[in-house]
Design a binder for this molecule. Structure first.
Ligand code: SAH
Ligand code: F3S
Length: 481
């Protein structure tokens, strides 16, 4: 599991196909969640029209942008180290400009410019369309900052350029921001109010990806189940919505159906689901469409009702179990993963045992596990003392990671002897004679290449496994090809 956590934190310099008329060079790196990676594709699209091609070579960049994450203190430290590195290069190449994008930009605002003097440009997640103006300011010798959050911006009209893509899987963002206010979480402050994107523009993007040969899309949002389109705007603006608006509204189940029907050969995934908002009709739509993958990322954060309440997670342990039971009933082979935080303020040994017993009940396929990190400005920081000692947080984290590993192994073993459909994504990291892809449940599958190609749907018979990977051999193309 540590490996997965590491991967989530990894930065990645990203490149797109070069336009010959462009002469300026952009080095763009992303840290944090999938939404940041997706946003960087929007930024690259905006800047491609401003004469920038992407480069993977920091030394030759005219503009360096880092898309940042504030979710835990460690994520911010990682970005600070990168900023030091950029500034070292800038001393050799003084023409180079450095900009911070995303959640840290939003959280620290002009502090980067005034106190730290380590960047030229600070741009929050809703201000990317202003980048051309901001870059002009910087080029004229002024520092530039725009961290205004928007209630409407969804970038629905921007066609993202795909950065370092395998040409097979792509992210499509469907909502921005979050209204949930989990007490530990900085996202509502850095990404602003929740808003949904026009379903028509979502389907157009998916159709365009299909036409370019993509085979799998992941619909992205902080809380996809609260997707709601009434013709635009914030949900609260429509408290008195007319019956017509209500009748024509699209919720997440409706959107899933719309997308699945538009591209029946495309695999559809989505992330992230919040247990309090996930409804039966979403599970029913998943069960009814074979191209919607049987996989749900369903963060629980804690197994203790007392802690869930303090986290402002608006469901109980029992309600979570009911949801899991419904998923298992309607989609018996559904892959389920989680996020869990250990050491939230006041967490006792008993609360921790509740988390372990919840994990025993669900037997998740995999998960992302974190020690609580107090974030400035959050409700938890203002109201609760960060009182669980670091070594206890770490010990509890180790216990849940170990238990998850046991469950992962147990779940992957269940596939031995079975044949699963795999979409080939890339060469296996460990062997250039093997392909790597995922089954519908999102478990990685590796198998000998033979004559198959990236982007093929292949039936693979599973012969062996580790806790995280299935190992098998292809037995032919799947009928989805
Ligand atoms: N709904 C979002 C959640 C983003 S944060 C999504 O799309 O996934 C991802 C995970 O980071 C959360 O589910 C939570 O488990 C963890 N996290 C958030 N704030 C944290 C904090 N202050 N300390 C430790 N982990 C945190
Ligand atoms: Fe954060 Fe909770 Fe939203 S974890 S992103 S406030 S659903």
């Amino acid at each position: 599991m540590e490996k997965i956590i590491d991967e989530k934190k990894q930065g990645n310099s990203l490149v797109m196909e070069a336009k010959s008329e462009n002469s300026r060079k952009l080095f763009i790196e992303s840290y944090g969640c999938q939404m940041n990676f997706s946003d960087s594709e929007i930024v690259a699209s905006i800047l491609s029209k401003e004469g920038f091609n992407t480069t993977q070579n920091l030394e030759e960049a005219d503009l360096v942008l880092v898309n940042t994450c504030s979710i835990r203190e460690k994520a911010e430290q990682t970005v600070r180290k990168r900023l030091e590195k950029y500034n070292a290069v800038k001393r050799i190449n003084p023409g180079m400009k450095v900009g911070v994008l995303g959640c840290m930009a939003e959280r620290l605002k002009s502090k980067f410019l005034e106190e730290e003097k380590i960047v030229d440009l600070v741009v929050g997640p809703d201000a990317y369309k202003d980048l051309p103006n901001l870059i002009n300011e910087v080029e004229e010798g002024r520092n530039a900052v725009n961290v205004i959050l928007s209630k409407e911006e969804t970038y629905g009209d921007i066609s993202p350029v795909r950065l370092q893509s395998n040409g097979v899987s792509a992210f499509v963002s469907i909502t921005r921001g979050c209204d949930n206010m989990c007490t530990f979480c900085v996202v509502p402050f850095t990404r602003g109010r929740e808003r949904s994107r026009d379903p028509q523009s979502i389907v157009e993007e998916v159709n365009d990806l299909a036409a370019k040969g993509y085979k799998e899309i992941t619909l992205l949002g902080q809380n996809v189940d609260s997707y709601l389109w009434y013709g635009g705007g914030l949900k609260k603006d429509f408290k008195n919505a007319s019956e017509i608006q209500k009748a024509t509204a699209t919720n997440f189940a409706g959107l899933l159906k719309f997308v699945a029907e538009a591209q029946p050969k495309m695999r559809i995934r989505f992330s992230t689901s919040n247990p309090q908002d996930m409804t039966l009709d979403v599970i029913e739509v998943m069960a009814n469409y074979r191209n919607i993958c049987n996989y749900i990322h369903l963060p629980v954060q804690s197994g203790s009702d007392r802690i869930l309440k303090k986290m402002n997670r608006l469901h109980t342990r029992e309600e979570y179990f009911t949801l899991i039971d419904n998923i298992r009933k309607l989609i018996p082979d559904c892959g389920i993963s989680h996020d869990i935080i250990t050491g939230f303020p006041t967490e006792t040994e008993e609360d921790h045992q509740d988390t372990l017993s919840l994990m025993e009940y669900v037997k998740y396929d995999f998960g992302f596990m974190f020690a609580y990190s107090e974030r400035p400005g959050t409700m938890a920081e203002r109201k609760f003392e960060d009182d669980v000692p670091e070594e206890i947080k770490k010990r509890r984290l180790t216990e849940i990671v170990n238990l998850q590993q046991e469950h992962s192994r147990h779940n992957t073993q269940k596939f031995i002897g079975k044949t699963v459909e795999v979409l080939i994504e890339k060469e296996s990291k460990k062997s250039d004679a093997h392909w790597s892809g995922r089954n519908s449940q999102n478990t990685v599958v590796v198998f000998p290449k033979e004559n198959y190609q990236v982007g093929d749907f292949v039936n693979v018979k599973i012969n062996d496994c580790t806790s995280a990977t299935l190992i098998g051999e292809a037995v032919g193309y799947s009928k989805n090809n």
